[in-house]
Design a protein around this ligand. Sequence first.
Ligand code: ZN
Length: 576
Amino acid sequence: MARYLGRRVTRGHGVPTLFLLLVAALAVASPDGFAAPAAEPLLFHHGRILVAVEDSAGTPVARWTDALLTHQGRIVATGNVYDVEAEARRLSLKPRRVSLENKLATAGLTDAHGHVAGLGFALQRLRFQGTTSAQQIAAQVAAAAKSRPAGEWILGRGWDQNDWDVKTFPTTEPLDQAAPDHPVWLRRVDGHAGWANTKALALAGLNAATPDPSGGKIYRHPDGRPSGVLVDRAMALVERAVPPATREQTRAAIVRAAEHCRSLGLTGVHDAGIDAAQLEIYRELADAGALPIRVFAMLSAATALQPGMLPAQKVSAGDGRFRVFAVKAYADGALGSRGAALLAPYADDTGNRGLMVTTPDTLERIARACIAAGYPMCTHAIGDRGNRVALEEYERAAGGAEALRGRRFRIEHAQVLALDDIARFARDGVIASMQPTHCTSDMPWAPARVGAMRIEGAYAWRRLLKAGVRLALGSDFPVESADPRLGLYAAITTQAVDGTPPEGYRPSERLSVLEAIRGFTSDAAWAASAEKEVGRLSPGARADLTVWDRDLTTATPSELLKAKVVMTVVDGAPSR
Ligand SMILES: [Zn+2]
């Protein structure tokens, strides 16, 4: 063994044979029906492999290798191709060779905050951006109706009558012809109006006698019957008639979103809040080998507080493809709607300090339940007051900063922070789970909400990092795109994708590309207590990789946006 180590082959275990036997035993011990993926050994070569983006002290540095051997879904060896081949022979493995074709492999990227089922439902909705007539939209609706059972709602969004020849609001008629037996509900591009067919209006119980609700308008025929379009508050009259998704629909949405994520180069996601039904769906999918990416889930607090839902034995399925790792709670609302809780009033709304959606006492109670069961707590907190209250209640529940540190509690978003609280994140060992694209999406209006002073503590990635806080990066899809290139780009530029403003919105907060990759790989792994499993390409870890058509570490920001995913590998199973 010393001979191989001397030749730069790295192995994770002192007794590799025992290690392989253990892996094989785990595969056999998997639940019924689950076939261990990619049991065959693979040798990735002929490319550059970024095995880690930091040294053992955590300093950002790119560490490269040229070949990587996997077996039973795990990395067995890394090094130069001759030594890795020799290692395969020594272990009596005959790996299938997978050429990286001069491309770049990184540890598989993980989005540390997304909503998987929500993304799936968003993808299922019809989209009408770019359509130029009501007839064109009706044709899409007709096609959708053919593939769905009668009675199932057809939902869509993105129409804009200003793009049509006839620029008036449409009526039910084209949709009635397209889908007479399906209720249809299509939101306008701005979300402030919706277009229904007769079936949908009937299911919602709307007729000539229905009055306009306050803050809303029902467009009508001359005889008073609703003609199809409902504005603002009137939209709720139809939307409350849309039934909640069935189990089958939720399952299909999760699979579709997971496939979408994988196509974008994500091999893992932290699902930011699932209920008991989704937990069961995930379990089934993972055990059946039908979950295309790795999902680490936060159980929503309402579900977690039910008796028996937080077992000390962590819920895990599909040989680690799915795991519940934490509990999700909400401290406050969002900045755009002035719901984020601020210490001082909104700069553009004097007297309004936003709102806490969970009381401090309840946050503390949830934190105590998490500590008792050994789970981290992840709290949505956007405003400086929401963040401070969450940190205070974390400390109170744990019995002080000292006792809190090491529990890997997180704050989701951490968007606007009082500058004093940045050091407190570090002292408490609380992870900042942030979404770089929120910065660039919000910047046109965020300064007006919080004013010039407080913007200093907003989207403060670099300040947090400098204070010693771990950054887990993600997108909050479907609020933002799940495409990790956009997150990497926003983190290193603080610019919109068109390069504006040229100096960046928050230039002092820009991350280096290695720091940004770390937020999507090893620190995302750490934030799910999974750093031994994923996030870097070292022997013993899961073989989760993303292969890119160019070197992300040297690409300019605009080249990075054009990077293509050549292949993803999850548990040693490649997909192109
Ligand atoms: Zn979210």
